[in-house]
Design a protein around this ligand. Structure first.
Ligand code: HEC
Ligand code: HEC
Length: 263
């Protein structure tokens, strides 16, 4: 059980059927910790649910930052951040694509957001499998679970093909970080870290990393490494969590930048 943070003043205090808290007004009076707690656990008696994905405190923290901006945000800024830009696509999936584009951009490049993967150029089979993993909860993300939950299997296939076919990742000009290059090509035999390129290379059934956003790569690796306080036996033994835990902490960011091709 997480320790209960100091309780925020919520409508729950007033009784059963008070309206939901107006975050745009109240965010000013609450600490980041209080808003985090409300978003993570929901508000008792009001029907506001807790965050849908466990182990994704990073998602909750980003939402706290957004809520924090609300009191000062102009309606125009709010619309720019939340509304769906025209996707320019017609056809049966136009509405779906427009919804994805609200976060991923009509060009699949993620609208410059640091936590957003580039979808263009990614393996279509990987994108398809990932959408299903989000929908079933096999891959935890409250944000993407929501977006994937109502897709039919045929829509998942078409959306994966649509975004994968766009220009995006796939090519890089490797920077000169020798240590990162070695981990990519040879791994670190001393700590049984395999070479990234032994799986992540063209023609293999694994996601493309070359040219992916560095901040997103680093975020995924850190998420797989998990909370330092969780004992090893309870951590996931699937491939990438095990690999991510073997990467030296001071190499996560350099390796992510190397793979993405940034200097
Ligand atoms: C509210 C914002 C939002 C919407 C809407 C959204 N996504 Fe995402 N998407 C994200 C975020 C954030 C991630 C990274 C999640 C994570 O950490 O696992 C992501 C990840 C993904 C991934 C995984 C990519 C990878 O490299 O592993 C795929 C595929 C994807 N989204 C497809 C879609 C599709 C298709 C739609 C529309 C049906 C959609 N998304 C709608 C925010 C969104
Ligand atoms: C044995 C094969 C294998 C090796 C070696 C490997 N990976 Fe992976 N990697 C995978 C698989 C499989 C996935 C897809 C996992 C999933 O969907 O949950 C993946 C996914 C990823 C992703 C997420 C991509 C995305 O779009 O979300 C990153 C980042 C990543 N690997 C980084 C690395 C790094 C860095 C190394 C080297 C230190 C490495 N991998 C070595 C198999 C491998």
């Amino acid at each position: 059980m997480p320790r209960r943070a100091r309780r925020a003043p919520t409508p729950g205090d007033a009784g059963g059927d008070a309206p939901a808290p107006d975050l745009a007004v109240n965010a000013r009076e609450w600490t980041d910790k209080q808003i985090f707690w409300i978003l993570k656990h929901g508000v008792k008696y009001t029907g506001m649910p807790g965050w849908a994905a466990k182990d994704r405190d990073d998602e909750v923290r980003r939402m706290v930052a957004f809520v924090r901006l609300l009191p000062e945000m102009s309606p125009a800024t709010y619309r720019a951040l939340t509304e769906v830009p025209g996707s320019g696509t017609a056809g049966p999936d136009a509405a779906r694509i427009a919804a994805c584009a609200g976060c991923h951009g009509a060009d699949g490049r993620g609208r410059g957001q640091p936590d957003m993967p580039v979808l263009g150029g990614q393996s279509p089979a990987y994108l398809r499998a990932t959408l299903e993993a989000y929908a079933t909860g096999k891959r935890q993300s409250a944000v993407m679970a929501n977006a994937a939950a109502t897709l039919t299997p045929a829509e998942m296939t078409r959306l994966a093909d649509h975004f994968a076919a766009m220009p995006g990742i796939g090519a890089t000009t490797p920077n000169g970080n020798v240590k990162a290059a070695r981990i990519d090509r040879e791994g670190l035999p001393k700590v049984q870290l395999p070479a990234c390129a032994s799986c992540h290379a063209p023609g293999k059934p694994y996601p493309v990393l070359a040219g992916q956003r560095a901040s997103y790569i680093a975020q995924r690796l850190r998420n797989w490494r998990g909370d330092e306080t969780v004992v090893d036996a309870r951590k996931s033994q699937s491939t990438m969590p095990v690999i991510a835990r073997r990467i030296p902490e001071d190499m996560i960011d350099p390796l992510a930048r190397y793979l993405s091709g940034q200097r």
